[in-house]
Design a protein around this ligand. Structure first.
Ligand SMILES: [Zn+2]
Length: 430
């Protein structure tokens, strides 16, 4: 049974947008697309769903970096009266540790479930999600989201690290959490020992597991990896009981340090990449790794803005992420796009920004042949916006990267099925 989905504008991302467009879907796959006139002639027996004159049909967005278990973080912080604006990046980390330690672990599952719901409601079809409370992965069981679920780990104590890795390995054997492929997230180079980082990277290589690592997020990280000093050494290490475990000065920049540990590889999804220079970007490009930019989180923490020109010059695959609600005010990639348009001051064309949030994100999560653009043989994954007033065809791309799109998401289809994002996502049937 074929269905034709009609919209005023159809934006395939991989090809030219169409005014009066139709998407033909069969068995959860896209089989054809074109103008309404051509498609109704070519598929005369197809059922028809017409989204109307105020609709835009385009791929779902991809949130390539987030921590959905922290969706309720603002409420948890408020309940503790711990809402002070962090003075700097390390203050923010200390606040996260304080708040997370005070939360009943069962609440991470509730918070993750709300994160899944909010993501779907904002037209997100895939996530690169980081999870620290590992039992909460069951929330993905029947959820319709795609992507990867990276199991977070960190630590400095060798005996404990071996135990942690054994446990992660056992969970990773499950391969999937719902539709998300499981991977590992060695958090960052300042809260794992060099030896533990190497163990994780070796393990992932041997078992074919995808990875994600926070990289070069702040000047504090750069300083710590250079000479084991600064706010990470002075405030974070004592707070978590690592005062006596300071590593010797590595004298390396974050990218070089990661490369020496074996972590600069194509399937390590690098997150933030703010404090990098042109040479670092060349090394990342040579390794074939993707980078997720999270500009709203970076602004919230005052760590700067990623060097867009250096990345663009080297052709690194750039994706977009919201990070968590501990450093952002929404999980909507539409909101992230609008912010990025303004933060990068027009240095990226609207269509290039849209690519970051769709096909580039899908590629970064290993979904490049499945999601992120509308083309025959891709999965029937798409969303529909319905706006009070749509722009002319020529202004459509600019409209899509302007504020206000989140509230216009009216429908999300994953694998050809409409997602009812008002429902508890864990009750969705795949
Ligand atoms: Zn993060």
């Amino acid at each position: 049974m074929e269905t034709l989905y009609l919209a005023r504008y159809l934006v395939p991302i991989s090809g030219a947008a169409l005014e009066g467009g139709a998407l033909a879907v069969r068995h959860g796959q896209i089989v054809d697309l074109g103008t309404i006139k051509d498609m109704t002639a070519a598929h005369p027996r197809a059922a028809v769903v017409d989204f109307g004159d105020d609709s835009v049909l385009l791929p779902p967005l991809v949130n390539a970096h987030t921590h959905l278990e922290l969706t309720h973080f603002p409420q948890w912080a408020a309940q503790r009266g711990d809402q002070s604006t962090p003075g700097d990046f390390v203050d923010w980390i200390l606040r996260i540790i304080r708040v997370k330690r005070a939360v009943d672990p069962d609440l991470f599952a509730v918070s993750l479930r709300e994160g899944i719901r909010a993501s779907l409601a904002a037209g997100t079809g895939a996530v690169g999600d980081i999870l620290s409370w590992l039992p909460a992965r069951s929330q993905y069981g029947n959820a319709p989201l795609y992507g990867r679920l990276y199991l977070e780990t960190l630590g400095l104590d060798p005996a404990n690290n071996r135990k942690l890795l054994r446990n992660l390995g056992k969970i990773a054997e499950e391969c999937l959490a719902g539709r998300l492929r499981l991977g590992l997230a060695p958090h960052s180079s300042y809260n794992l020992s060099g030896e533990y980082l190497e163990m994780i990277f070796n393990y992932a290589r041997r078992h074919g597991l995808p990875l994600s690592t926070h990289l070069a997020e702040s000047s504090a990280e750069v300083q710590f990896l250079m000479d084991s000093s600064g706010p990470i050494a002075e405030r974070l290490y004592p707070m978590v009981g690592w005062r006596d475990m300071l590593p010797p000065a590595a004298r390396r920049r974050p990218v070089a340090y990661l490369a020496e540990r074996g972590g600069l590889v194509p399937d390590n999804l690098l997150v933030h990449g703010v404090r990098v220079d042109a040479h670092d970007c060349e090394e990342i490009a040579r390794a074939g790794a993707s980078v997720v930019l999270c500009p709203r989180s970076n602004q919230c923490l005052g760590v700067g803005l990623a060097p867009l020109e250096d990345y663009l010059a080297t052709g690194v695959n750039l994706a977009l992420g919201t990070d968590s609600l501990a450093s952002n005010d929404s999980l909507s990639v539409w909101d992230e796009l609008a912010f990025a348009r303004q933060a990068f001051a027009g240095r990226l064309a609207p269509l290039d920004l849209l690519r970051m949030a769709t096909c580039n994100g899908a590629r970064a999560l290993g979904l490049g042949s499945e999601m992120g653009s509308l083309a025959p043989r891709m999965g029937a994954h798409f969303q529909v916006l319905r706006a009070g007033s749509l722009p002319t065809f020529g202004d459509l791309e600019e409209f899509l990267v302007s504020p206000g799109r989140t509230a216009e998401v009216r429908a999300l289809y994953l694998a050809g099925r409409e997602v009812n994002f008002a429902l508890d996502p864990s009750s969705e049937v795949c």
